[in-house]
Ligand binder design. Sequence first.
Ligand code: FMN
Length: 258
Amino acid sequence: MKDENIFTKKLDNKYREPALEIDFKEFDKVVRSRRSVRVFKDELISDEDVHKAIDHALLAPNSSNLQPWEFHIVKSSAAKKELAKYCFSQNGARTASHIIVCVAKTNTWKKHCHEMLNSFKKAGEDVPPVVEQYYKKIAPAAYGMMGPFGILSPFKWLLLNTIGLFQVMARGPVWPSDLRTWAVKSCALGCENIMLSLRAQGHDSLPMEGLDEKRVKKMLKLGRHDHIVMAIAAGNRSEDGVYGPQVRFPREWFVHEH
Ligand SMILES: Cc1cc2nc3c(=O)[nH]c(=O)nc-3n(C[C@H](O)[C@H](O)[C@H](O)COP(=O)(O)O)c2cc1C
């Protein structure tokens, strides 16, 4: 192929993974029956079920497979009580069996680049040259080159946009806030997996961004590279736990074909 680059090169390996048969009706049921539950029954769901949901979060697609996330399970009565207070004492938080605080991380990408390369070594395989190039050169250029507190970001912006005048070019992340958006995207996909997994296991959830981020971070000993995406209250829905029918605006407002 003319103009071949790292993104167009096809990995020539022997790995095959056939697509499994899926029961679409069951999937549809899971998606449609997930509701934001504001009051949970006064009963605990098992730690095992919560961990299964977290395992599903860890399987979410994520940028460059750098897994920029962390999930904190809050389950002791004392910790839940404190956390619920920081979630403005919302009923969903106060009555939850477990609360999972989902955190996007902006300081793990370098270590995880090394881990991606290590994963080949651990499997006793050679690192394919495109993969080596990606995690040693492309990813550090994409997610780095900002300097502490973004002092180099203006130069990165200028570089990307100058090259971008002449060719198709990645335009970011440029600023530290872009890196936060980058990590939040992947973490949010993990969050959705948690909520769908809980539903598929017969449980319910409430995503909450209504919280005092500073206090929650202090409670969980999180640092400045940790960004709370949401806390997810988990439990079994109380009879009056869903406040009304699901409301969505007309489909044509949001869906466009080109
Ligand atoms: C990121 C995010 C944050 C949310 N924060 C809260 C919250 O703090 N409290 C709350 O009651 N609901 C919260 N929600 C739930 C939304 O209000 C709810 O998803 C929306 O009204 C649609 O209802 P449904 O989830 O039942 O379809 C949040 C949802 C998302 C995705």
